[in-house]
Design a protein around this ligand. Structure first.
Ligand code: ZN
Length: 619
């Protein structure tokens, strides 16, 4: 843990750690051990099987149903007080619903990140030249320990509860682990999906096989196995702990890791939109976790040096769920001496400009603002959903527009006319000429309309779309809301920008440098001349589609992340709240929506899906 800025917190009841069973035989041995102590009493309520979520364990203390303290696991006895940070996670109830909770209870669970949120966050960090996280677990743990809760709030953190502890011996409103989970859900605490009550050990084996072979691949988050618990709580008490720390009544059923060995054929250099030069590993095709892998991300050259990767090395590759494959490291004993060291690129592979390396940063980058390698990436970012959100401009379309000489930079997009896109029909027997392949009158008109509509995007979107180094979506919002207009931002000094809370010197300098670059000044002028909006509307328009409504989000939405959906609702005047009550006006439910959806149905609250949400927002 090291030196910490966080206060220590002593758990009322220590947090346990689990023994592992790596196969069915080891699980059977565990079962034999516990039957020696309690006999066939196990058979009465059987076993409760749950996912083992790969996140950071936390303990939430509720006094009279109100979240009082939230703490990390720490060494099991003493953790760190991260209450303020935990309060920013929408899944963590500030208040328990219902009323049958004990006056003092510690609810244990896992803070984690879903794959898509993790990858989006890393992509944004990499694009902004910031260091990336190795895996969702590390980033969840890091986000929990932030100094500033607003930083934590920006991270796509989720929470699932699965255990409890009550100091002393009070009466509990449940008698089995299964009922405990159902009760937690009724209190508004999200609980792990895919759990199962198993009557026999054979049923437990079948559940674990299903988990490993099918369920795991479809989960939106990482698990490192399952947990099997003796279901009856009085039996759990009777079985007790080994050495006060490891319960006899529970065991982790771990999976064999999805790791394979293959050869590192090459390391390619890619140019990002901000000019960051990033390495990408080219691998001899290998199957890992049911997929054939030929590339792996390496994020930056420092990581390559840290892992001591050499071209020609035999490397270990890991894949978990949908996460982009990772290289764990080389297998040095397989080296033949023919391997080649990897050097940090000295020049941009796209334009040949000498690469710049900021000592304070991990990345080398191409400083050429007109680099053709950066152009396509920059345009793709400009039109992306987090940017100007121009539908119908895929990568391929952009490449075509560049190829046709219609587009060189973002402002050129606003000069496109439908007539330029549609090829002219040739005379009989002749090929059509001009235009852009694949466009017809209808698709060309649709694109021009989408381009026209994007002119109304607020300044925050425009700033993000422009792809200034170190400025991500959140910082763009901060800049737009603070300065209000592009004109005001252009007048701001480094000191003015740096004075904003949440902006560091590096970002402030980067913004000023961008604003001062003649090419960028002319780009902004041309965008303004084309009619692109250059100011930020006041927050929460009073007459938005969701004016005054209390809305709850639950489950995984098909395309929107939590922060995106929250922003859309807030911009339409709505308020996003964490738990469903009679005061809730609307519930937006996605995949795996659990107790909140049940509660909404119970209370007769209107439930809609993402498509309906977008429809009501007029999108
Ligand atoms: Zn370049």
């Amino acid at each position: 843990m090291g030196e910490s800025h966080l206060a220590k917190h002593t758990h009322l009841v220590p947090m346990a750690s689990l023994d592992n069973a790596f196969d069915e035989a080891e699980l059977a041995e565990w079962d034999v051990r516990l039957r020696k102590l309690v006999g066939d009493a196990v058979d009465r309520d059987g076993y409760c099987c749950e996912l083992k979520i790969d996140g950071a364990a936390v303990s939430l203390t509720y006094r009279d149903g109100v979240l009082a303290i939230g703490a990390t696991r720490g060494n099991g006895s003493v953790g760190e007080d991260v209450t303020a940070n935990l309060r920013t996670i929408a899944d963590v109830p500030r208040k328990l619903s219902g009323g049958n909770w004990p006056p003092l209870i510690e609810i244990r669970g896992e803070v984690y990140m879903e794959f898509d949120g993790f990858e989006r966050m890393n992509a944004e960090r990499a694009a902004a030249g910031e260091p990336v996280f190795a895996n969702p677990r590390n980033s969840a743990a890091g986000a929990l320990r932030q100094k500033d809760p607003r930083e934590t709030a920006r991270k796509p953190l989720r929470f699932l509860g699965y255990a409890f502890a009550v100091p002393g011996s009070g009466a509990l409103p449940f008698s089995t682990q299964w009922e405990l989970l159902e009760t937690l859900a009724s209190w508004g605490v999200p609980t792990p999906p895919h759990r199962r009550q198993c009557a026999t050990l054979e049923d437990v084996h079948a559940w674990a096989r299903e988990l490993e072979s099918t369920i795991r691949a479809d989960l939106p988050f990482a698990i490192d196995g399952g947990v099997v618990k003796v279901n009856r709580l009085t039996l759990q008490t009777e079985l007790g702990m080994i050495g006060g720390r490891v319960p006899r009544w529970a065991i982790a059923r771990k999976f064999a890791p999805d790791i394979a060995e293959t050869q590192l054929l090459d390391i390619e250099v890619q140019v990002g939109r901000t000019g960051a030069l990033t390495p990408r590993a080219v691998l001899a095709p290998v199957e890992v976790g049911g997929a054939t892998i030929t590339y792996a991300t390496l994020h930056n050259f420092e990581l390559v040096a840290e892992k001591d990767l050499r071209i020609g090395d035999t490397v270990q590759v890991k894949r978990a769920g949908e996460v982009i494959p990772q290289i764990l490291g080389p297998v040095p004993e397989r080296r033949t001496g023919a391997e080649r060291a990897v050097s940090v690129p000295t020049h941009c592979p796209a334009c040949g400009t000498a690469a710049v390396r900021d000592e304070a940063e991990v990345a080398s980058y191409c400083p050429n603002l007109e680099c053709p390698g950066r152009r396509l990436e920059a345009l793709a970012h400009f039109v992306s959903r987090a940017g100007m959100d121009i539908r119908g401009l895929s990568y391929q379309r952009l490449e075509q527009l560049i190829g046709a000489g219609l587009v060189q930079d973002a402002a050129d997009i606003y000069a496109i006319s439908a007539a330029q896109l549609v090829p002219t029909k040739g005379a009989k027997g002749e090929e059509p000429s001009g235009g852009v392949p694949g466009f017809q009158a209808k698709s060309a008109t649709a694109l021009v309309e989408a381009i026209e509509a994007s002119k109304q995007q607020p300044l925050s979107r425009l700033i993000n779309a422009l792809g200034i180094r170190h400025v991500g979506a959140e910082s763009a919002k901060l800049l737009a809301r603070s300065f209000g207009s592009m004109e005001a931002l252009q007048r701001a000094t480094v000191a003015d920008i740096e004075a904003l809370h949440g902006v560091g010197h590096t970002m402030a300098e980067s913004v000023r440098e961008w604003l001062d670059a003649p090419a960028m000044q002319s780009l902004v002028q041309r965008l303004a001349a084309a009619g692109v909006r250059m100011d930020e509307p006041r927050a929460a328009s009073a007459d938005g589609a969701f004016k005054g409504l209390k809305i709850v989000l639950t489950g995984t939405l098909p395309t929107l992340s939590r922060p995106e959906a929250t922003e859309l609702i807030e911009n339409a005047g709505g308020k996003v709240t964490s738990s469903v009550s009679k005061a809730t006006d609307l519930v937006v439910a996605g995949e795996e929506a659990g107790s909140k959806l049940e509660k909404a149905n119970e209370l007769g609250v209107t439930v809609i899906d993402e498509a309906e949400l977008l429809r009501r927002l007029g999108r």
